[in-house]
Ligand binder design. Structure first.
Ligand SMILES: *[C@@H]1O[C@H](CO)[C@@H](O)[C@H](O)[C@H]1NC(C)=O
Ligand SMILES: *[C@@H]1O[C@H](CO)[C@@H](O)[C@H](O)[C@H]1NC(C)=O
Ligand SMILES: *[C@@H]1O[C@H](CO)[C@@H](O)[C@H](O)[C@H]1NC(C)=O
Ligand SMILES: *[C@@H]1O[C@H](CO)[C@@H](O)[C@H](O)[C@H]1NC(C)=O
Ligand SMILES: *[C@@H]1O[C@H](CO)[C@@H](O)[C@H](O)[C@H]1NC(C)=O
Ligand SMILES: *[C@@H]1O[C@H](CO)[C@@H](O)[C@H](O)[C@H]1NC(C)=O
Ligand SMILES: *[C@@H]1O[C@H](CO)[C@@H](O)[C@H](O)[C@H]1NC(C)=O
Ligand SMILES: *[C@@H]1O[C@H](CO)[C@@H](O)[C@H](O)[C@H]1NC(C)=O
Ligand SMILES: *[C@@H]1O[C@H](CO)[C@@H](O)[C@H](O)[C@H]1NC(C)=O
Ligand SMILES: *[C@@H]1O[C@H](CO)[C@@H](O)[C@H](O)[C@H]1NC(C)=O
Ligand SMILES: *[C@@H]1O[C@H](CO)[C@@H](O)[C@H](O)[C@H]1NC(C)=O
Ligand SMILES: *[C@@H]1O[C@H](CO)[C@@H](O)[C@H](O)[C@H]1NC(C)=O
Length: 400
C-alpha cells in the first residue's frame, strides 16, 4: 500500500504542482512557471513526475532550496526561461550538496540516464554576493552552478550559464555526456573578481564532449581533474580564462589519477593566463598518476601569458621538484598548429615544457607553432626542462 501510494505520489503530485498549461493526454509533459516564492520543490517534482518539463521563455524560476534531480530516466527539460538561484549565502553554505573532492558544494545535481536539457534559456547563479564575500574570506564555500552526478547519456544544448558563485559545470561520475552550444559568462560588477569560475571540471568521468561554446570567465575554461577519459573540448571561444587544462593532478597522497584520451581542437583563447596546459604536482607527500594520449591543435591565441605549457612542478619549487619528482607520468602528447600572441608576462617565452627529472615526460611532440611575444620582447623563445621534444619547434630549446 505504501509503495503504491508513493508511486502514485511520484506520478501525480507534480501535475498538481505544474501550472500554466493543462496536463497532456499522455500525462507526460508539464510546465513550471514562477510562483512568486521558492520554485525549487515544484521544479524538482515536475522533473520527477513528467517526461518533458518546460520552463517558458518569459518565466524566471527563483530557486531558494537545493535541487536533487538524481535517479532520473528519460527526461527532457526545455529550459526556455531562466532558473535563478537566490543569493542567500547562509542557506547555501549550510545546504549545498557537498563533495569531498576539493571541498565543493553545489546548488543542483542532475543524475540518472538519458537526460536532455535545452531550449535557449539561462541558469543564473547570482554570483555577485559570492564574489564580494570571497574577497574577504578565502575559505568561503561557494556553490557550483550545475552538477551532472552519476549520470549516463546526458545532452545539454543551447543554454546560457551566468554568474556562478564558483565552477559553472561539474561532471562527477558521468558517462556519455555532451555539452553543445553553451554560453558561459561570469563577470563581477565590483572590483572583486569572479574567481574560480571554471567553465567545466570533469572528474571520474568518461566520454564527455564539450563543443561549440563561448566562455568568458575567471579560471580554467575547461579542466580535466582526476580520472577523466575520452574527453573532447573543441570549437570553443574562451576569454579571460586560465586555459584548457589537464590537471592539476597528483595532488593527494595515496591517490592515482588518470587522464587518458583528450582532444582539444579549434580553440580561440584570449586574455588568458594559459592556452593549452598540463599541470601536475611534485614535492614530498604528493599523489601519482598518468596522463596519456593528449592532443591539442589549432589554437588561436591573443594576449595569453603561457600559450603552451607543461608544468610538472606545479606549485612546487625547483629544489623540491628535483628532490621529489612528480609521480604523474606524462606520455604521448602532441601540440600542433598554434597561432597568435602571448602577453609578454613571460617575456619572449611562448611555450614552456617543464618536466620533473627521471624521464617523467615521454613522447612529447610540438609542431607548427607561430606564436609571437609582443614585439618589444623580440623573437619567440621556447623553454624546456628534463624532456626530449620531437616535432619541428624545439630544436633550439634551452634545457635547464
Ligand atoms: C537525492 O535524492 C535521492 C533520491 O531521493 C537520494 O537517494 C540521494 O541520497 C539524494 N542525494 C543527495 C546528495 O542528497
Ligand atoms: C536565508 O536562509 C536562512 C537559513 O536557511 C533563513 O533562515 C533566512 O530566512 C533566509 N533569508 C531569506 C532572506 O530568505
Ligand atoms: C535555441 O533555443 C532557441 C529558443 O528556444 C531556439 O529558437 C533556437 O533555435 C535554439 N537553437 C538551437 C541551435 O537549437
Ligand atoms: C568563511 O566562510 C565560511 C563558510 O564557508 C565560514 O564558516 C567562515 O566562518 C568564514 N570565515 C570568516 C573569517 O568569515
Ligand atoms: C550564445 O551566443 C551566440 C553568439 O553570441 C548566440 O548566437 C547564441 O544564440 C547564444 N546561445 C544561447 C543559448 O544564448
Ligand atoms: C560516447 O557518447 C556518445 C554520446 O554521448 C555515444 O554516441 C557514443 O557511443 C559513446 N562512446 C562510447 C565508446 O561509448
Ligand atoms: C574578455 O576578458 C577581458 C579580460 O578579462 C575583459 O576585460 C573583456 O571584457 C572580456 N571580453 C568580453 C567580450 O567579454
Ligand atoms: C582512478 O581510476 C583508477 C583505476 O580505476 C583507480 O585506481 C583510482 O583510484 C582512481 N582515482 C580516482 C581519483 O578516482
Ligand atoms: C583510449 O583510446 C584508445 C584508442 O582508442 C583505447 O584503446 C583505450 O581503451 C582508451 N582508453 C580509455 C581509458 O578509455
Ligand atoms: C621549497 O619548498 C619547501 C616546501 O614548501 C620549503 O621548505 C623550502 O624551503 C623551499 N625551498 C626553496 C629553495 O625555496
Ligand atoms: C629574429 O628572427 C629573425 C628571423 O629568423 C632574424 O632575422 C633575427 O635576427 C632575429 N632577431 C633576433 C634579435 O634574434
Ligand atoms: C633524451 O634522450 C637521450 C638520448 O636518447 C636520453 O639519454 C635521455 O634520457 C632523454 N632524456 C629525457 C628527459 O627523456
Amino acid at each position: 500500500m505504501r509503495s503504491f501510494l508513493t508511486a502514485l505520489g511520484a506520478i501525480f503530485l507534480p501535475l498538481v504542482q505544474c501550472s500554466g498549461s493543462p496536463p497532456n493526454a499522455d500525462s507526460a509533459s508539464c510546465t513550471v512557471t514562477a510562483s512568486g516564492g521558492d520554485d525549487g520543490p515544484a521544479f524538482v517534482n515536475a522533473v520527477q513526475g513528467c517526461d518533458t518539463v518546460t520552463i517558458p521563455s518569459e518565466t524566471t524560476l527563483s530557486i531558494a532550496t537545493r535541487m536533487n534531480m538524481t535517479g532520473l530516466n528519460n527526461k527532457n527539460i526545455e529550459l526556455m526561461g531562466t532558473v535563478k538561484f537566490t543569493n542567500n549565502m547562509t542557506y547555501w553554505i549550510n545546504n549545498g550538496f557537498y563533495f569531498e573532492f576539493q571541498d565543493q558544494i553545489t546548488f543542483w545535481i542532475v543524475g540518472g540516464n538519458n537526460i536532455n536539457i535545452n531550449g535557449g534559456g539561462t541558469i543564473d547563479g547570482s554570483g555577485q554576493v559570492w564574489y564580494d564575500a570571497f574577497a574577504s574570506n578565502s575559505t568561503l564555500l561557494r556553490p557550483i552552478l550545475f552538477t551532472v552526478y552519476q549520470a549516463t547519456d546526458v545532452v545539454i544544448e543551447n543554454i546560457s550559464m551566468i554568474n556562478s558563485p564558483e565552477w559553472m559545470n561539474f561532471v562527477n561520475e558521468g558517462q556519455n555526456v555532451i555539452y553543445n552550444g553553451i554560453n558561459i559568462s561570469a563577470v563581477s560588477t565590483s572590483s572583486n573578481l569572479a574567481k574560480n569560475t571554471d567553465g567545466w571540471d570533469i572528474y571520474r568521468s568518461d566520454n564527455v564532449t564539450i563543443v561549440n561554446s563561448n566562455i568568458n570567465n575567471g579560471d580554467d575554461c575547461v579542466s580535466l581533474k582526476p580520472n577523466s577519459t575520452n574527453i573532447i573540448a573543441s570549437n570553443l571561444y574562451c576569454n579571460g580564462s586560465h586555459g584548457i587544462s589537464v590537471g592539476s593532478l597528483g595532488q593527494y597522497a595515496g591517490e592515482y589519477d588518470i587522464v587518458e584520451n583528450f582532444t582539444s581542437t579549434n580553440v580561440q583563447m584570449y586574455n588568458a593566463e594559459n592556452g593549452a596546459r598540463i599541470k601536475a604536482f611534485a614535492g614530498p607527500g604528493v599523489g601519482s598518476g598518468i596522463v596519456r594520449n593528449i592532443s591539442y591543435s589549432f589554437f588561436t591565441e591573443g594576449n595569453v601569458d603561457n600559450p603552451l605549457i607543461i608544468d610538472q612542478c606545479y606549485e612546487t619549487n625547483a629544489t623540491d621538484c628535483a628532490a621529489y619528482p612528480s609521480n604523474v607520468y606524462i606520455q604521448d602528447v602532441t601540440f600542433t598548429n598554434f597561432y597568435g600572441t602571448s602577453s609578454g608576462a613571460e617575456k619572449s617565452v611562448v611555450a614552456s615544457l617543464a618536466c620533473s627529472p627521471d624521464n617523467r615526460c615521454s613522447n612529447i611532440s610540438v609542431s607548427n607553432i607561430s606564436l609571437e611575444p609582443p614585439s618589444s620582447y623580440g623573437n619567440a623563445t621556447y623553454v624546456c626542462q628534463n624532456v626530449n621534444v620531437t616535432g619541428n619547434v624545439f630544436g633550439d630549446c634551452e634545457t635547464t
